[in-house]
Design a binder for this molecule. Structure first.
Ligand code: GCU
Length: 673
């Protein structure tokens, strides 16, 4: 019996050992393809006032590997982080950053290589970085102006941190991660979007990917001033409020100076690292006509930061917008972040100056920087050149309203945008969304963003670009049908259709002479400061009328033009309305024949009718027609006309002005006061 037990035990032990080895092998086999779950550190809070800090730029050429099959890791099939090299000629390694392609940073990768034009997926950037000499009390921050859309950072093969969400700045303290001498800095960026991301995978702009913004090593003392918010005190023109956020300066004092205003004042830093102070000063006010900026310096410990800051008030009372207590209209234009005459995403000060100067040539005092945070250069140049800005996060169309991670990313993007630009006098509107369909989850999600924004900065207007609900277009259809019935240019066939449609309607039928007033009633208008609204009378709505009235677009479009001029727009909310989009497409140079759609004449006709309609609408106090420049969009495939450009620009991608440019320029110069 004993012998039997010994053999049994031995066999059992062997079986257990074999199954353990098999499990190990199985794990190893899976690990060739699966990326291990790494608990990445999150980015540090926003490091403000960066342009005044000790910044070593990492812009320039980076090595670059495209990785659509996620082979590079971490821990993946090829593991680009291993640092293994074939120096002896006998080591099998199937990647080499030294001999890999090079791309320019900053700048999206899509526009740098033809084969990457449509690419959405993982790419790997690599640069060898020498650690700068540091004093004992100095720290080193690896700072990104933004990257699209999910970024993981590795130094010498070790994970440093991750940032989820594009367009906004993030940074990591890498003092201890960098060793003396050379370091292997690798950044994995994924520009793929999905149903849960912000924005989702479907956008009417190009999902430019990669290290799209400046990258730098920023040196600070161990105890430093992280950020500060400086603005006129609420309701006053003779006091300035300053909130200072510090790291490691609790119990110490900070000193604020504004030399041109004779301000030099200190404040104690509390245990949370915060200091607040109010200084008495009466600055010359910032406005588009007089963009006055003051040098402001803040010292704390061994740290000193500086910025050029303008002082102004933007407020709403009843249905009027006030800048520095004077009524003002937002005479604007919408933009995307693309340079004029260059492919890809804009990233430099020069790119932004080109866009703002072309907008100012239109006669604008306001720009809607749609649909996502631009580089920090946008608001700094706008401060200097004198133009007000609407800044926005990409909560666009159908967002996953009930996904907590989606909300977290949207909140982080809004918070970082506000904490980066809260000293920019040009920024007067924070926008939390664009064209989001009404639902209770959407109201909760956007309500959270609006509350966050107001808590972080209560000195600006908060809004969101709304879109009419389908029910509001039934009224438009009734009015168009009533007018079409008696219109001398409308065909008998169309008139028969108009009559049949009206005969089917319940409720009161408008007469041909009734005025049509389009009413905005999206409940979000209850909690925003201005009611912003996208409408496409003369473009998309004609197509909608065709579907609702079963009348050809050739009949509907001319009718819309005739009657838009005696239509108006109002809202159920006693607030100013800002028309955040209207427009039409045209291919530059397509002119001189019949004014069909896609001609410059048709687009100009839409602008004439729209500006008349909006001038008839007393509640409308602002507009940013869509859009300054033709821009890249994957949804726009009409060959020979769009070729993956959205053609609603007033100028084409190379800056060629279309007829509508001059219609709007004339309206701003001569009509709308
Ligand atoms: C929408 C949307 C824009 C889009 C535009 C268009 O309103 O907000 O992002 O580009 O209309 O259809 O051209």
């Amino acid at each position: 019996m004993k012998k039997f037990l010994n053999v049994f035990t031995a066999i059992t032990l062997v079986v257990m050992a074999l199954s353990a080895i098999a499990a190990e092998e199985k794990k190893k086999e899976i690990s060739l393809f699966a990326t291990p779950q790494i608990d990445y550190a999150a980015s540090d809070p926003v490091l403000g006032w960066v342009d005044s800090r000790n910044m070593q730029s990492l812009n320039g050429e980076w090595s670059f590997i495209v990785d659509p099959m996620l082979a590079g890791g971490p821990g993946g099939f090829m593991n680009y982080l291993s640092g293994i090299r074939n120096d002896d000629g006998m080591t099998l390694v199937e990647y080499d950053f030294d001999t890999a392609d090079k791309v320019r940073v900053p700048g999206d990768f899509n526009s740098q290589q033809e084969r990457l034009f449509f690419y959405q997926g993982v790419v790997w950037y690599q640069k060898t970085v020498t650690k700068p000499a540091l004093k004992a009390d100095e720290r080193l921050h690896l700072w990104f102006g933004g990257a699209n859309f999910t970024t993981q950072v590795f130094i010498n093969g070790e994970p440093v941190g991750q940032h989820v969400g594009g367009y906004v700045p993030f940074s990591f303290d890498v003092t201890d991660a960098l060793r003396d001498g050379e370091n292997n800095l690798i950044v994995r960026v994924n520009n793929k979007l999905d149903t849960e991301s912000v924005p989702t995978y479907r956008t009417d702009w190009w999902p430019y990917g990669g290290l799209t913004r400046d990258v730098a090593l920023i040196k600070t003392p161990k105890a430093f001033v992280r950020n500060a918010k400086v603005r006129l005190a609420k309701g006053s023109y003779e006091a300035i409020d300053i909130d200072v956020e510090t790291h490691g300066l609790a119990g110490k004092t900070v000193k604020v100076s504004i030399p041109k205003l004779g301000v030099k004042q200190t404040a104690k830093v509390n245990q949370e690292g915060l200091a607040t102070l109010r200084v008495n000063a009466k600055p010359a006010l910032w406005s588009p006509e007089s963009p006055t900026l003051y040098d402001v310096e803040i010292r704390g410990g061994n740290d000193a930061i500086a910025d050029k800051i303008g002082f102004r008030h933007i407020e709403v009372k009843d249905q009027t917008i006030y800048l520095n207590s004077q009524p003002i209209k937002f005479k604007g234009i919408s933009t995307h972040e693309e340079p004029i005459g260059e492919a890809g995403a804009a990233y430099s000060q020069a790119h932004v100056e080109g866009l703002i100067n072309e907008a100012k040539a239109l006669g604008v005092n306001f720009i809607r920087a749609a649909h996502y945070p631009y580089s920090r250069h946008m608001a700094k140049v706008a401060d200097r050149l004198g133009v007000m800005l609407w800044e926005e996060v990409p909560v666009y169309w159908n967002i996953s309203w009930e996904n907590p991670q989606t909300l977290a990313v949207a909140r982080d993007q809004m918070a970082r945008l506000v904490q980066r630009d809260w000293n920019r006098a040009s920024v007067v509107v924070w926008s939390v969304a664009n064209e989001t369909p009404y639902s209770e989850p959407r109201m909760k999600f956007l309500g959270t963003l609006i509350d966050d924004t107001r808590q972080s900065d209560d000195s600006r207007l908060v809004s969101a670009a709304l879109l009419g609900g389908i029910d509001s277009f039934g009224k438009v259809a009734k009015h168009i049908a009533a007018k079409g019935l008696v219109d001398s240019d409308t065909s008998a066939e169309a008139k028969a259709k108009f009559k049949a449609y009206l005969d089917r309607q319940e409720g009161d039928i408008p007469s041909a002479t009734d005025h049509y007033n389009h009413v905005i009633s999206d409940p979000l208008g209850e909690i925003t400061d201005i009611v912003s609204y996208n409408e496409y009378f003369g473009w998309y709505y004609s197509g909608m009328m065709n579907r609702m009235l079963d009348v050809s677009q050739a009949d509907v479009r001319p009718l819309m033009f005739k009657h838009m001029a005696d239509m108006s727009i109002s809202s159920v909310f006693d607030k100013p309305i800002h028309i955040s989009e209207f427009g039409a497409g045209a291919k530059a140079g397509n002119k001189g024949g019949k004014a069909n759609i896609w001609t410059e004449e048709y687009q100009a006709n839409v602008y004439r009718a729209q500006t008349q309609m909006l001038a008839n609408s007393p509640q409308v106090q602002g507009m940013t027609p869509w859009i300054l420049k033709d821009f890249r969009a994957m949804l726009r495939a009409l060959s020979g006309v769009q070729d993956y450009y959205n053609r609603k620009g007033l100028i084409d991608e190379n800056g060629q002005r279309k007829q509508a440019y001059y219609v709007l320029q004339d309206f701003y110069k001569n009509n709308w006061d």
